[in-house]
Write a protein that binds this ligand. Structure first.
Ligand code: NDP
Length: 486
């Protein structure tokens, strides 16, 4: 049985308490590894190691030297691609076809993109007049924030964790990472890659454990953590914000959503169906950017529902190793309980179940897995729980609309604002509607098309701040103005 330890100051160490928890394969319920559970002592040791490393060789390196090391980290992930793929798929159950195209390559890219960005980024300078006539020059420099606490979720474990660790390290910070207890494997594996790439001890630390009253809370409460970056649920974000208030420490939050897709009758229906299939069902619907509410213009409503139903029923459910499978299990039996409770609520609230709504029949060896059926509903009221609350499962509700303004109003009606999709061939309408949607990211005739230089983040209760490209620098560095009197 694999044993997963913390990485503190360059060494893999177990917990002093000897406490461990099980890492479970969600496809069959089998235990993959025993993971050490960090207490306050381990979290404190990791934070102190990160603090000390700021003053070591890492803190003295030039931007290009750091960039070179981060390129080696990216190359190290690529060189061990199959191990990362295996680990990510064991932890999440997601199809290998998906993880090999998205999770692992993006995990490597996150280091290269930010290493290169830092090499070319400029700061501002201003000449100014002074009363004595001699003048002054202002120029700005960027400095690392210090020790960054990184708290990441289970849905895209390597991708979302490196999306934070990449820019944090490129900017010269050190990190303490707390991955989700559901998915510790790739975070641990990255520790080996970091060491082989020459990242100094204490720069990348990992503590495993749970959130509340455990490693997550101990890390966010730690006074020597200078800033906290977090991806996860909105309610968890509130708890972390309370912890960060002590010491007035900055946060960057990517939180929950209940994203809307608007499909106009003038869309290219083939594209809208293909895109909606991905935005609703990819990764078992466990994507923060996914669509759980679809608003379809009435003339094409019946055809759209019929075609999405056919698409959902054509998904091939199976394990990561099944080359035909494009639909895996949910992350855990606990999460399945939550998703199935919404499947029941939909029925209780009077939905028409277009397809799915239950648990698929699986072979005996997979019976312990967290499987659910891809599900589509129609006919619910706008205030129904299933239409207003984030489910984070492979399901959506589809509702007809008659007017453009009505669709915009429906899409904007919730307290979330992460992402939205618009399907139309009318360019003016696309720009007009995109401008009115209350969301941090709007896709027109596409979904999950990401350029890592662009701003990523949510509005309303879906987040605080933007990461991506130069926007990441606002969070991971302190901008200092130096004024020199001549
Ligand atoms: P959670 O908020 O439950 O957990 C995220 C991480 O926070 C985990 O590592 C968790 O630990 C930790 N955590 C939980 N409570 C605390 C606490 N009090 N203090 C410190 N850390 C804590 O989210 P999930 O892991 O369930 O991820 C799914 C959620 O993430 C969805 O709501 C989804 O919308 C959101 N998400 C948002 C994205 C975005 O970019 N906006 C992207 C991807 C997901 P543990 O669970 O191990 O106990």
């Amino acid at each position: 049985m694999k044993e997963i330890k913390h990485l503190i100051n360059g060494a893999f160490v177990g917990s002093a308490s000897g406490r461990t928890f099980e890492d479970v394969n969600p496809a069959n319920g089998q235990v993959i590894a025993r993971v050490h559970e960090a207490g306050r002592a381990e979290v404190d040791a990791a934070v102190q190691a990160a603090r000390a490393a700021l003053k070591g060789p890492w803190g003295k390196m030039s931007v290009s030297e750091r960039a070179e090391i981060l390129h080696r980290v990216a190359d190290g992930i690529t060189a061990r691609f199959d191990e990362f793929l295996e680990a990510e798929c064991l932890d999440t159950g997601k199809p290998k076809s998906l993880a090999s195209h998205i999770d692992i390559p993006r995990g490597a890219a996150n280091f290269k993109v930010f290493a290169d960005l830092l090499k070319n980024v400029a700061t501002e300078a201003f000449e100014m007049a002074t009363p004595d006539g001699s003048g002054a020059i202002n120029y700005a420099v960027r400095r690392p924030k210090g020790v960054i606490g990184v708290i990441s979720p289970w849905n895209l474990p390597l991708l979302l964790m490196t999306w934070k660790v990449g820019p944090a390290l490129a900017c010269g910070n050190t990190v303490v990472v707390k991955p989700s207890e559901e998915t510790p494997l790739t975070t641990a594996l990255l520790g080996e890659v970091m060491q082989a790439a020459g990242v100094p001890a204490g720069v990348y630390n990992v503590v495993h454990g749970f959130g509340p009253d455990s490693a997550g809370a101990f890390l966010t409460e730690h006074p020597d953590v200078n800033a906290i970056t977090f991806t996860g649920e909105t309610r968890t974000g509130e708890a972390i914000m309370r912890a960060a208030a002590k010491g007035v420490r900055p946060v960057s939050f990517e939180l929950g959503g209940k994203n809307a897709g608007i499909v106009f009758a003038d869309c290219d229906l083939d594209k809208a169906i293909e895109g909606s299939m991905r935005s609703v069902f990819a990764n078992g619907g466990q994507v923060c950017l996914g669509t759980e509410r679809l608003y379809v213009e009435r003339p094409i409503f019946d055809e759209f529902v019929a075609r999405l139903k056919a698409g959902a029923e054509s998904l091939v459910i199976g394990t990561p190793d099944d080359p035909q499978a494009n639909f895996g299990p949910l992350i855990s039996l606990q999460h399945r309980e939550k998703v199935l409770s919404y499947y029941q609520k939909a029925v209780d609230e009077g939905a028409t179940v277009v397809t799915g709504g239950g648990v698929p029949e699986m072979p005996a060896e997979l019976a312990g897995g967290a499987w659910v059926q891809p599900t589509i509903w129609t006919g619910l009221a706008d205030g129904a729980a299933v239409v207003t609350e984030e489910i984070f499962g492979p399901c959506c509700h589809i509702r007809p609309f008659d007017r453009e303004e009505e669709a915009v109003e429906l899409a904007n009606s919730l307290p979330y604002g992460l992402a939205a999709t618009i399907w139309t061939e009318n360019t003016s309408r696309a720009h007009r509607v995109a401008g009115q949607l209350e969301a941090g990211i709007v896709w027109v005739n596409s979904w999950f098309l990401r350029d890592l230089r662009t701003a990523f983040g949510g509005s309303k209760q879906s987040g605080i701040g933007r990461e991506g490209g130069v926007h990441s620098l606002e969070f991971y560095t302190e901008l200092k103005n130096i004024c020199v009197k001549l």
